[in-house]
Design a protein around this ligand. Structure first.
Ligand code: FAD
Ligand code: UDP
Length: 382
């Protein structure tokens, strides 16, 4: 039996296991899936040779020097810039909303300052402090762009009206008054040459780490270890005894074709009448590769059932109340820390996941050396 264990061989579990192994400890890593890398798992499609992102498109982006250099120790990153298009009302536009989007949508040739003035004239300035997603959109882009690009998409993605969602979801997207169509504004962005699973396998490749795939960890096993880092679902650890935290899940409908299907990696669909939110064409995530065939996935979002894979935590008022109750339970549990996107019930990008995992392992090693209590959460889930 090892000293410690991590539940989950995604970035959270793998990074923590490696840090502990490097510090001289033995670590067991469990994952109930047949592969490593969790939701970031990539695999080469046998028929086309295309690198597939099995659980949806993943583009790495970060401002963190530490995370960027950590990952570059484990893989080669290729230059990649995420440029998203959207189809709305039978026309194609550039996202995030930028000067090209505004000029095309309104049939204008605005300069940056003219566009800014125009959008301000469209905006609902009476909304001083936007609380809901819809308020945020009406305040910053106005009704026309909101209805074309955000209203239908968001309804499909979250299964509820944008009036019920927090403004914070839309704040993730910029509005630009220039022609910059880079979806992200981070300093580093790229795609691992051999995919994400190869990175995680490299991270886990250490003589002190024992990996058990297809192996479900249950609460009763906690006492087998001095300490457990659990990156599975928080409610699942407690066998859902207080109910289920709400998630959205995704269904992927595969499309196979010859050549180039849609000419870009990600095409969003703003109209509510189109049932999927977007189509991802995976060979465009590896633009340095050439493949005659192509594989795409239409993405359908729906409420997560008991046997579905949880993707996006919903975190509305009901879930927040249940979350607090689960936190209270977790804080009474000995020998376990809850980490990662499922363990802390938060949407986390990969870079944040890795930064938090590095920090958790570091804090753990220090606290243990000082004989101090190890917290249930290194980062508060609320
Ligand atoms: P996970 O990857 O979910 O790993 C947890 C693992 O634990 C899973 O394999 C699970 O099966 C296993 N497990 C759970 N319970 C148990 C148990 N009891 N016993 C054994 N194993 C268990 N981030 C970006 O930075 N860029 C992107 O472009 C991006 N795109 C995304 C697109 C989608 C559709 C989604 C949903 C997320 C995206 N993300 C993206 C976020 C990214 O997926 C997460 O940051 C990352 O997966 C978090 O890693 P994790 O290890 O915490 O969790
Ligand atoms: N969104 C939208 N239309 C789009 C893209 C995004 O309405 O074409 C909304 C949607 O509600 C989404 C949010 O903006 O959840 C944040 O966008 P992001 O691209 O960060 O979505 P995610 O990565 O969470 O899928």
């Amino acid at each position: 039996m090892a000293d410690f264990c991590t539940v989950g061989a995604g970035f959270s579990g793998a990074v923590i296991a490696r840090e502990l192994a490097d510090a001289g400890h033995t670590v067991d890593v469990f994952d109930d899936r047949s592969h490593t890398a969790g939701n970031c798992h990539t695999e080469r499609d046998v028929d086309s040779g295309v690198m597939i992102h099995r659980y949806g498109p993943h583009i790495f982006h970060t401002d963190s020097e530490r995370v960027w250099s950590y990952l570059k120790r484990h893989t080669e990153f290729m230059p990649y810039t995420n440029r998203v298009k959207t189809t709305s009302g039978g026309r194609v536009f550039s996202l995030p909303v930028n000067l090209l989007t505004i000029n095309q949508f309104f049939g204008k040739t605005f300069s940056p300052s003219e566009a800014r003035e125009f959008i301000e004239s469209q905006a609902d300035l009476s909304i001083e402090d936007p609380i809901t997603f819809e308020d945020q959109a009406l305040r910053f882009v106005g009704r026309d762009l909101y209805e074309a690009f955000f209203k239908g998409y968001t309804q499909k993605q979250w299964g509820c009206s944008p009036t019920e969602l927090p403004a914070s979801i839309l704040k993730r997207l910029p509005v630009r008054f220039n022609y910059d169509d880079n979806y992200f504004f981070h300093k580093y962005q790229g795609m691992p040459r051999e995919g994400y699973t190869a990175i995680v396998d490299q991270i886990l490749d250490h003589p002190n780490i024992t990996l058990a795939l297809n192996t479900r960890f249950s609460r009763q096993q906690t006492s087998d270890y001095e300490h457990v880092f659990y990156s599975g679902p928080l409610d699942g650890f407690f066998d859902y005894e207080l109910g289920r935290l709400g998630y959205r899940t995704l269904d992927f409908k595969e499309i196979r074709a010859e050549g180039d299907y849609q000419g870009c990696a990600v095409m969003n669909y703003g109209d509510e009448s189109v049932p999927y939110t977007r189509i991802a064409e995976h060979k465009h995530f590896s633009p340095w590769e050439e493949h005659a065939k192509t594989v795409c996935f239409e993405e359908y979002s729906r409420a997560c059932g008991e046997d579905d894979i949880p993707y996006y935590p919903i975190r509305l008022a009901n879930e927040q109340a249940m979350l607090r109750d689960y936190i209270a339970l977790a804080e009474k549990e000995d020998g376990v820390s809850f980490v990662g996107r499922l363990g802390t019930y938060r949407y986390l990008d990969m870079d944040v996941t890795i930064a938090e995992a590095l920090a958790a392992a570091e804090a753990f090693i220090d606290l243990r050396a000082a004989n101090r209590q190890i917290p249930a959460f290194f980062v508060s889930p609320v």
